[in-house]
Design a protein around this ligand. Structure first.
Ligand code: CA
Ligand code: CA
Ligand code: CA
Length: 593
């Protein structure tokens, strides 16, 4: 289609511009203090000096296509409420491993209720809780597998976890604390044990076309080279992308789409969830051997979006699109998903933190979020399918802090994988990265009074929530502090990111700038203290004279002067920045006499 083609061209142009501007900044960052920073080719900076001190929110990019400009004040309430996910912090929970209330060794809904006060007790004044305002529960439906991604009944809860009534109670308790609840919705495939598939084996059954059949094996394999066509007991071949026990649904069959709509309506209206994490969203509909990101998949999701928004405009979806960010962003530009995870960014954050590469990380953090409309990019470090953060960072807790500081202060909707905040480890077999939460040094890490379905890691006597809450310098305390700072900062939740170049190649520095606030991050990605640091940027800040208020780090006595064009020229930071240090400052305008 012509319009899509045009958009693609504009898109590619923007990306090229960005790459150019990033490399400009990078070239300067290593040099002396004499040079001026060239204006970015797509920043128009047409702020008239006689107007108020707030820049034109559309100055960033006139092209409607990026949609990354600041939200105008008139839309603030909507940002906070109707589109609540745009300023939310999510916590991803594997129910089976979170907390067991009845001693059978399996986490459950009652256990979740008992631990809600750890996630958010509903009181912003207390500080023994993370203060997250949304949870994503991995599949809660009946399933023959421990993970639940092969569903046998979409209208019930897994009896291991509890009854539907108990789940409703959980939602009520969560909502009372200001926590929204989304659940995994697995619609690409079912279990072979689902009644639909059992009946589908009969070619005369109306359920036959709920799945994808061929008389002969078409022979082609999946995107990872895996076998996707499997012979059934009826002699025909069915398509199953992930596993022969998870046959793909035929979402081109309107009857199947109607089923999915009914299921969604049930959970949104009758049960009361706030949205869905759509598993395998890029794989919904195949076009022959084209098995990911097809036009038909995009179209199906656009229809589904209209459907669930018609039921409840506050309902949201976040999609698993495990592709590069250019493919991923297509799902949030035209109302198909509300949020899509950025896997490229996650990988880049971890590898750059691991390699202590501030310049490369600065480029990524500048480039990636600008691809996405504000509030539509899911930002995370790892999830239930990937080696845990602390393992990837080779048990280096200072690196774990840097990684956390980066993704919890960057543009995007953060998703914390349970246990990440206390430094749980795990790699390889997925069971190893879905082990029980460590609550205390008690039996089974306080996860169960019985024998856990899986054992906690050996380090639980030292590494657990109770210990870390008591230790003001723990990783958990660091997460709690960061999340508190984020919760009180409009700029960190919704502002644009402007990289600050500096005289040190070890420093990652950037500003977050919203309509009413600006915040500066200074992260020392080396172990060596950095002194006489000079920071600058050519654009983006609100003009004026400011003091810095320390949100993290020492209070500094200095004045920052931002010029009329929004640039910061050679600001000398007056303190030594400790190795692995994370500093956060809010700009406080100086009232001139
Ligand atoms: Ca239990
Ligand atoms: Ca609290
Ligand atoms: Ca599919």
């Amino acid at each position: 289609m012509m319009t899509n083609r045009l958009k693609k061209l504009v898109f590619v142009f923007l990306i090229l511009s960005l790459i150019t501007s990033c490399s400009d900044l990078q070239r300067l960052s290593g040099n002396g203090t004499q040079e001026q920073i060239a204006p970015s080719p797509f920043i128009t900076s047409e702020v008239s000096s006689d107007s108020s001190n707030t820049p034109d929110p559309t100055a960033f990019a006139k092209e409607e296509i990026t949609q990354t400009h600041a939200i105008p004040p008139s839309h603030k309430v909507e940002l906070e409420d109707a589109e609540w996910w745009k300023s939310a912090v999510f916590y991803q929970v594997f129910v089976r491993s979170f907390f067991d209330s009845d001693g059978d060794g399996i986490g459950d809904f009652r256990g979740l209720i008992q631990k809600l006060d750890y996630l958010n007790d509903g009181d912003p004044q207390t500080n023994h809780d993370l203060g997250v305002n949304a949870v994503w529960l991995m599949p809660i439906h009946p399933s023959p597998s421990y993970h639940g991604y092969d569903v046998t009944d979409y209208y019930n809860t897994n009896p291991d976890y509890g009854t539907l009534e108990e789940f409703k109670e959980f939602i009520q308790e969560a909502h009372q604390r200001g926590i929204r609840v989304i659940i995994d919705l697995v619609i690409n495939h079912t279990s072979t044990q689902h009644a639909w598939f059992q009946q589908a084996l009969d070619p005369q059954s109306p359920y036959h076309d709920y799945y994808i059949w061929q008389d002969e094996d078409p022979g082609y394999s999946g995107p990872e080279g895996q076998k996707v066509w499997h012979r059934a007991s009826n002699g025909k071949y069915y398509y199953a992308l992930f596993w022969d026990q998870m046959p793909d649904l035929n979402l081109q069959n309107p009857a199947v789409t109607r089923e999915i709509y009914q299921i969604s309506r049930f959970w949104l209206e009758d049960v009361g969830v706030d949205g869905f994490r759509l598993d395998a969203a890029k794989h919904l509909i195949e076009e022959g051997s084209e098995q990911e990101n097809t036009d038909l998949t995009h179209q199906w999701l656009a229809d589904f979006y209209r459907y669930y928004k018609s039921l409840n405009p506050h309902a949201m979806t976040v999609g698993e699109v495990w592709s590069n960010s250019f493919d991923a962003v297509r799902y949030v530009r035209n109302q198909e998903l509300d949020v899509v995870f950025n896997f490229d960014l996650a990988r880049s954050i971890l590898s750059n933190v691991n390699n202590r590469n501030a310049a490369s990380l600065s480029n990524t953090l500048t480039f990636e979020p600008r691809l996405f409309p504000m509030g539509s990019m899911g930002i995370f470090l790892t999830n239930h399918d990937q080696d845990r953060v602390m393992t990837v960072l080779m048990d280096d807790e200072s690196k774990a802090r840097i990684a956390a500081a980066v993704y919890l202060t960057s543009p995007g909707v953060p998703f914390i994988y349970y246990g990440e905040e206390i430094g749980l480890t795990g790699q390889g077999d997925h069971r190893n990265i879905r082990t029980p939460m460590h609550w205390s040094a008690e039996h089974m890490a306080g996860f169960t009074s019985g024998t856990g379905w899986s054992l906690p890691k050996m380090d639980y006597p030292k590494k657990n929530v109770q210990n870390q809450l008591e230790d003001p310098n723990s990783l958990l305390r660091f997460y709690i502090n960061l999340l508190k700072i984020r919760a009180q900062s409009e700029a960190l939740r919704s502002g644009l990111l402007y990289p600050l170049s500096s005289t040190s190649t070890s420093i990652l520095a950037f500003a977050r700038v919203s309509q009413n606030e600006q915040v500066m991050m200074i992260i020392n990605m080396s172990q060596q203290p950095q002194e006489n640091l000079i920071l600058r940027t050519g654009e983006g800040l609100h003009p004026g004279r400011y003091q810095l208020k320390a949100w993290m780090g020492n209070q500094v006595d200095t004045v920052v002067w931002v010029e009329q064009n929004g640039s910061l020229r050679d600001f000398e930071f007056p303190e030594i920045i400790p190795g692995d240090g994370v500093l956060i400052y809010q700009f406080i305008p100086l009232i001139e006499d």
